[in-house]
Design a protein around this ligand. Structure first.
Ligand SMILES: Nc1ncnc2c1ncn2[C@@H]1O[C@H](COP(=O)(O)OP(=O)(O)OP(=O)(O)O)[C@@H](O)[C@H]1O
Ligand SMILES: O=P(O)(O)OC[C@H]1O[C@H](OP(=O)(O)OP(=O)(O)O)[C@H](O)[C@@H]1O
Length: 291
């Protein structure tokens, strides 16, 4: 029923991992195969394309559903309907930022400190044009096709580029003087597909599975038994997503406790729970959390 377009390039690997975790594993002949499939009756076709082009093709109804960055939706100004953000980037769960950067020793501390005629290299000429128009600086915008950081200071004075971890900017001795956009990965559709009740229901199912898989990341389920007289001590040290589930056991004077907790720190939490009186502690992986 749905035609789906996924991003090739920076987001490709993380997208494939997410779809597998959401029980929507993508099958294709090789990583050079731009046609793929998902063994799910809600998804008829799967294509891989560059994220820059995805908003336009989704807006033109060539695809019902797509994944791309907010940066390219803004740059292309495509008429798409967002089904919400998905918390992942190339390397982390954090958003990326489109920033204005200059060499570390440059006196400018914001975009408006730059003089008219300043030369800017960028892969985002529209976002850059709108920004300089807004701050009233007449910049010369030079489109870049990659390796943008390497062009300062001899080819251009400053760059507008994407940063996630900041590694590339640091490596090239650049400092950020303004943030033009904070961009997350998004699930997008068009008004026609969104207005079709069957397609909309299918897209909402897919969104729910993807979000459930993201929400589960970094969490585990702890199950433990606690003697009644130690219950308050154990609950005092047990973090919980919401509140823990507590069930009286059929025999004796014990309660069973279940709680979703962050994986980070569980190596300290388990001994602390044991010291507080917990027994029979199980740590289980979680594939999805749908609240
Ligand atoms: N660390 C990252 N570096 C680059 N893009 C990232 C990163 N994390 C997330 N993204 C997102 O991935 C998309 C990358 O799109 P784009 O087409 O510019 O790059 P690409 O296809 O990965 O190719 P290239 O790396 O050659 O620029 C953007 O929407 C961007 O916001
Ligand atoms: O802040 P960081 O974590 O270092 O990530 C950001 C860098 O990653 C991307 O470059 P990419 O490697 O895709 O090459 P490109 O410059 O040729 O697009 C982007 O254009 C930045 O240069």
């Amino acid at each position: 029923m749905l035609s789906l377009v996924l991003p090739k390039g920076s987001l490709e690997h993380a997208t494939l991992e997410l779809f597998a975790a959401a029980d929507l594993a993508v099958s294709r002949g090789s990583d050079r195969d731009y046609h793929a499939s998902i063994d799910d009756p809600r998804i008829d076709t799967v294509r891989f394309l560059r994220p820059q082009e995805i908003p336009t093709y989704v807006a033109q109804q060539l695809f019902d559903l797509g994944i791309t960055g907010r940066d390219w939706i803004t740059e292309t100004d495509a008429d798409v309907v967002s089904l919400g953000e998905l918390e992942y980037s190339k390397a982390t769960a954090n958003p990326v930022r489109i920033v204005l950067a200059v060499p570390k020793d440059h006196p400018a501390t914001s975009g408006s400190d730059l003089p008219d005629g300043v030369r800017i290299s960028t892969e985002f000429p529209e976002i850059t044009r709108r920004y300089f128009e807004k701050i009233g600086v007449k910049a010369t915008i030079i489109p870049s096709y990659g390796a943008t950081e390497a062009k300062v200071p001899d080819i251009v004075d400053a760059i507008v580029d994407l940063t996630e971890t900041g590694t590339s900017l640091r490596k090239h001795g650049l400092k950020i003087i303004d943030i033009l956009l904070v961009s997350r990965t998004e699930l997008i559709t068009n008004a026609a597909a969104y207005a079709d009740p069957e397609k909309r229901a299918a897209m909402e199912d897919i969104a729910l599975l993807l979000r459930g898989a993201i929400r589960a990341r970094g969490n585990v389920l702890l199950k433990l038994n606690v003697p009644d007289d130690r219950l308050s001590d154990v609950l005092a040290v047990l973090p919980a997503m919401g509140s823990p589930t507590i069930t009286a056991l059929a025999s004796g004077t014990m309660h069973a406790v279940e709680s979703v907790v962050p994986k980070k720190g569980v190596n300290r939490l388990i001994p602390t729970l044991k010291a507080a009186g917990a027994r029979d502690i199980l740590e289980l992986e979680i594939s999805k959390i749908v609240e």
